[in-house]
Design a protein around this ligand. Structure first.
Ligand code: NAP
Ligand code: MG
Length: 403
């Protein structure tokens, strides 16, 4: 059997702990036997980030801009404990944050569904993909406690020094609290374009919701920018693709999501996306079955698993104990990246390989072979819990048969 040749390299971002172990095994067992893999490798493991003063993260993001497609392993975001553990020079920022800022991207998260694991909402038979606007609002707010007798106002000073004021509240009768937040038209527009592009890419409807009836300037601006970009740049393309852009109020959206059968992208403002993505992940069953892709407005894609480095399992692994860590979301990060590379390079055999890899993974679980996290959830009668490595072996042998 000859291996599939690639044209353009993938940007490969290695990572930390258990997912770094999985990364190596996955490449050896599931990719290299079938694909003559071309990657430009960046080691985002915390040690090397520290050694390079985090320059490697910036370089990997720049390479992603250049080549258009990246696949990323989960990485440690340092905290105080990691400062000691890894003798860090600095508490380096989250690599995902750095990469997102450079690519100006939007993150789309979607669950992988398998037979035997029923979502808590049983009518959800297709994935619900969440897109979260990752800029501004309450995440970059300014807050104050206000004492009785104070008057709180919003005051904006324009470039000529002219002030305009609006009363927030007159705290005559008691103490209270206030909050100021902002967003940028350009950031909202870039979020809208990323969402519309991804909907076209996936052939899925897209929903968006705010509270524009109550927030007549702030939330209404989100609604208006989405509507204008949709009308001027996307309506025709959506009609040709047979997909829809649907806007409603956030509370109506939540009610409709619960009643729906899934199969669409749900674009959320920053806070809504924070809350709803955890709700969706839990309701579909397992964080280990959640994929994530960062899409920039100019069509650059970075694929990863939504979960972290699975530190607890890694410490078991270091002690020589057997682990049963789920590699499915990491496998789908690779398949997503290879499929996209295949599409961009007009290599249908590479995209077909990605499809086969995903099918082999799902068939393995549906045949009853799964890691411990899924074993606890699955209703299959013939289910069998296997180790991290044996699961990858089982997928590899199915993949071999399919090739
Ligand atoms: P985590 O790595 O997602 O793991 C939390 C728990 O969820 C695990 O202990 C495990 O539960 C379960 N789990 C997650 N993924 C699993 C998988 N693939 N297979 C089986 N079980 C899985 O989150 P964390 O422990 O909070 O964070 C660990 C490190 O990851 C941190 O340093 C954090 O900064 C980093 N992180 C990175 C990313 C990213 O790069 N995108 C995202 C989140 C967190 P049990 O222990 O009960 O088995
Ligand atoms: Mg959250």
């Amino acid at each position: 059997m000859s291996r599939i040749r690639m044209k353009t390299p993938l940007v490969e971002m290695d990572g930390d702990e258990m997912t770094r172990i999985i990364w190596q095994m996955l490449k050896e067992k599931l990719i290299l036997p079938f694909v003559d893999l071309k990657t430009e490798y960046y080691d985002l493991g915390l040690e090397y980030r520290n050694e390079t003063d985090d320059q490697v993260t910036v370089d990997s993001a720049e390479a992603t801009k250049k080549y258009g497609v990246a696949v990323k392993c989960a990485t440690i975001t340092p905290n105080a404990a990691r400062m000691d553990e890894y003798h860090l020079k600095e508490m380096w920022k989250s690599p995902n944050g750095t990469i997102r800022a450079i690519l100006d991207g939007t993150v789309f998260r979607a669950p992988i569904l398998v037979k035997g694991i029923t979502p808590y909402i049983p009518s959800w038979t297709r994935p619900i993909c969440i897109a979260r606007h990752a800029y501004g609002d309450v995440y970059k707010n300014t807050e104050m406690k206000v004492q009785k007798g104070s008057k709180a106002e919003l005051c904006v000073t324009d470039e000529n020094g002219e002030e305009s004021r609006e009363l927030i509240f007159d705290f005559k009768s008691g103490d209270g609290i206030i909050q100021g937040m902002h967003n940028l038209d350009a950031s909202i527009a870039s979020f809208a374009r990323a969402c519309f592009n991804y909907a076209l890419d996936q052939g899925l409807d897209i929903w968006f919701a705010t509270k524009d009836t109550i927030s007549k300037k702030y939330d209404h601006t989100f609604k208006d920018i989405f509507a204008e970009i949709y009308e001027t740049e996307y309506r025709q393309k959506f009609e040709q693709a047979g997909i829809e852009y649907f806007y409603t109020l956030i509370d109506d959206a939540v009610a409709r999501v619960i009643r729906s059968s899934g199969g669409y992208i749900w674009a959320c403002k920053n806070y809504d996306g924070d809350v709803m993505s955890d709700m969706i992940a839990t309701a579909f069953g397992s964080l280990a079955m959640m994929t994530s892709v960062l899409v920039s407005p100019d069509g650059v894609y970075e694929y990863e698993a939504a979960h972290g480095t699975v530190q607890r399992h890694y410490y078991k692994h270091l002690k020589g104990e057997e682990t049963s860590t789920n590699s499915v979301a990491t496998i789908f990060a690779w398949s997503g990246a290879l499929r996209k590379r295949g599409e961009l390079d007009e290599l249908p055999e590479l995209s077909a390989f990605a499809d086969r890899l995903e099918k082999a993974t799902i068939d393995t679980i549906e045949s009853g072979v799964m890691t411990g996290d899924l074993y606890l959830l699955s209703s299959l009668e013939n289910k069998q819990k296997v180790s991290t490595e044996l699961f990858l072996d089982a997928v590899a042998s199915r993949l071999c048969e399919a090739m």
